[in-house]
Design a protein around this ligand. Structure first.
Ligand SMILES: Cc1cc2nc3c(=O)[nH]c(=O)nc-3n(C[C@H](O)[C@H](O)[C@H](O)COP(=O)(O)OP(=O)(O)OC[C@H]3O[C@@H](n4cnc5c(N)ncnc54)[C@H](O)[C@@H]3O)c2cc1C
Length: 554
């Protein structure tokens, strides 16, 4: 064996039938579903901005940031080299670049800072596009976005913090936010003894002076999960003399000293590895009361609801990225003499994944419109209330199954890190867990219907807009209405109901906004029972090539 032959054995053989990397593509420009949803929901004006962000998201540079931010996860630096507590987390530079782009594009605040109609929709579309590059850094972006309406309940705190949140610059260091000129937010509710049931919180808050809204308290206790601990401030739940209350806890105090924020360790997580999730202890930690004492849950719930919609958006964004990777692979890989994308059974799998992704995208953007219009429109407020719980439950649940199936479309390559599919798969169960796990959201659907009967009328008013166009849809609405109007749903049945309502609500939007090939296949499979138990079981006469061309124009 001569030298050259031995070198060939080492990996320079002819390499055929391996798809090119999916890069240098326009994440937004090649997503007609998202483009259509933006226009339908009143944010067509944001198209040029999204075009730019979409090209950035598909660039090799941004894709590499996503990989590096996960390959080199954040590290806790509890002490400096002299043994002084510093409670810092250091991130890979790629994480900071992802944050810079997200913040530079206003994904953390533009829904509130922009005066344009459709600002929530435009921001949701941006979040959807950019999260496809990397999901972990979306956590602080989302929490910052969601903190704004809560801060507004305490005007003097809002006056101080809002301009810092609205700034489009990012500085990941621990410094006084007013010196940096910008701020990002986190939240800390979950404790060891309870996350869903935050009423069990034991962290105590003692007034430093006379107490009351906007005034300073000293917090002592712990938080079992506190993500993005390098954020500038957190909304924290703690027990004040008047009961569970919401506090703004900055990492650096107004006098420039560091607040007590003792990071114990970072979680070693299944996915979401670019994002640090810490355990933290408070001891005499300064916090400022937001809202009334004893109204902590009612105060922070607004933040929770906006992050819940972002969970659904994040899940839909993950589905979209998994889908385009799967379609791209199938269009370039040959097996048994034909491209995978031309194999009838692979077309069925991909088209089925595309239907799921389309419905998830449309529902999220519709709900973003509800966020835009809720302040002036009771119907939209009711749709936002019930739709957020439904979307959080259903879309987040579907993401994990969807990711597993999309991964398989790449065969063995899909199991390898460089393909991005393992990262999407590991990420996929998370959105269903945090901000209220599956059961908690399903129960929230029941709670909404019991406590706010208007939401049910709004739900059926919304579905009525789509009736008359598809017989399966009409029959499903009729069935749901007869169930819901005739008897109280038992708690043990909450998931079944949430599932059915979420699919019908999604279908209502699909029927109104999607082409016939998509809406027909969606309603036949998801509503009329012409479907199996795995993706890829659509009826034979569904127009699969049309669905795939719409999903990701070649
Ligand atoms: C990566 C990551 C980051 C996080 N970051 C943060 C953060 O920054 N800030 C923060 O505050 N929290 C954070 N969390 C915590 C998260 O919000 C909680 O884990 C979640 O709310 C669930 O709470 P728990 O873990 O205490 O589980 P539990 O509340 O014990 O729930 C366990 C299971 O029981 C179910 N369940 C609960 N109540 C009922 C019921 N009444 N009926 C039926 N089933 C029920 C739940 O659905 C769940 O499946 C994070 C979690 C993760 C995984």
């Amino acid at each position: 064996m001569d030298l050259l032959t031995r070198a060939n054995v080492g990996g320079t053989q002819e390499n055929t039938n391996q798809p090119p990397a999916l890069e240098n593509y326009d994440v937004f420009g090649r997503d007609p579903v998202l483009q259509g949803a933006m226009s339908e929901n009143g944010a067509a004006w944001a198209q040029p901005h999204l075009d730019e962000l979409g090209r950035r998201a598909g660039s090799p540079e941004a894709i590499a940031w996503g990989f590096e931010a996960n390959r080199f996860p954040p590290e806790l630096r509890a002490f400096d080299r002299f043994g002084t507590r510093i409670d810092e987390v250091s991130y890979h530079p790629s994480y900071h670049r992802l944050m810079q782009v997200a913040i530079g594009n206003g994904l953390h605040s533009s829904a509130w800072s922009s005066a344009r109609k459709g600002a929530h929709v435009a921001r949701a579309a941006g979040f959807f596009v950019w999260s496809q590059v990397e999901a972990g850094h979306g956590c602080p972006i989302s929490m910052t976005h969601a903190a704004v309406p809560v801060l507004r309940r305490q005007p003097e705190l809002a006056r101080l913090w809002e301009p810092l949140i609205f700034a489009r610059t990012y500085d990941g260091r621990l410094r006084l936010a007013s010196q940096k000129g910008s701020a990002i937010f986190g939240m800390a509710m979950t404790e060891k003894q309870g996350g869903s049931d935050v009423r069990t919180n034991t962290t105590k808050a003692v007034p430093s002076g006379s107490g009351g809204p906007g005034s300073e308290y000293a917090l002592s206790g712990h938080k079992w999960f506190c993500s993005a601990p390098m954020s500038d401030a957190f909304l924290v739940l703690a027990q004040a003399p008047g009961g569970l209350s919401c506090f703004l806890v900055p990492r650096v105090l107004p006098n420039g000293e560091r607040n007590v924020f003792a990071l114990q360790r970072l979680k070693d997580k299944l996915g979401n590895r670019s994002n640090a999730s810490s355990e933290v202890e408070f001891e005499g930690t300064s916090g400022w009361l937001v809202g009334e004492e004893g109204r902590g849950i009612a105060t922070i719930v607004e933040m929770v609801n906006f992050t819940r919609l972002d969970c659904a958006l994040g899940a839909a964004s993950g589905m979209r990225q998994a889908l385009v990777q799967a379609i791209h692979h199938a269009r370039h890989r040959t097996a048994f003499g034909k491209l995978l994308a031309e194999q009838p059974l692979m077309q069925n799998v991909l088209a089925d994944l595309a239907l799921e992704s389309e419905a998830a995208t449309l529902l999220c953007l519709r709900l973003a419109r509800a966020c835009d219009q809720a302040p002036d429109d009771p119907h939209e407020a009711a749709i936002k209330r019930i739709g957020t719980a439904l979307a959080k439950f259903w879309i987040c649940k579907r993401a994990a199954v969807h990711a597993g199936e999309a991964l398989e479309c790449l065969g063995g390559n899909g199991f390898v890190e460089e393909s991005i599919m393992p990262r999407l798969f590991r990420e996929s169960p998370l959105n269903s867990i945090w901000e209220g796990s599956g059961n908690v959201n399903a129960l929230d659907v029941l709670r909404a219907m019991r406590k706010e009967p208007d939401v049910l009328d709004a739900f059926f008013a919304e579905t009525a807009r789509a009736t008359g166009a598809n017989e399966h849809f009409d029959a499903s609405v009729e069935h749901l209405e007869s169930v819901l109007r005739s008897s109280e749903v038992e708690e043990s049945q909450a998931r079944g109901l949430a599932e059915e309502m979420a699919v019908v609500l999604g279908a209502a939007i699909v029927v109104q906004q999607s082409p016939a090939a998509v809406s027909d296949a969606f309603c036949r499979s998801r509503l009329a029972g012409e479907w199996g138990r795995t993706f890829g079981t659509l009826p034979a006469d569904v127009d699969m090539p049309a669905i795939l061309e719409r999903a990701f124009p070649a």
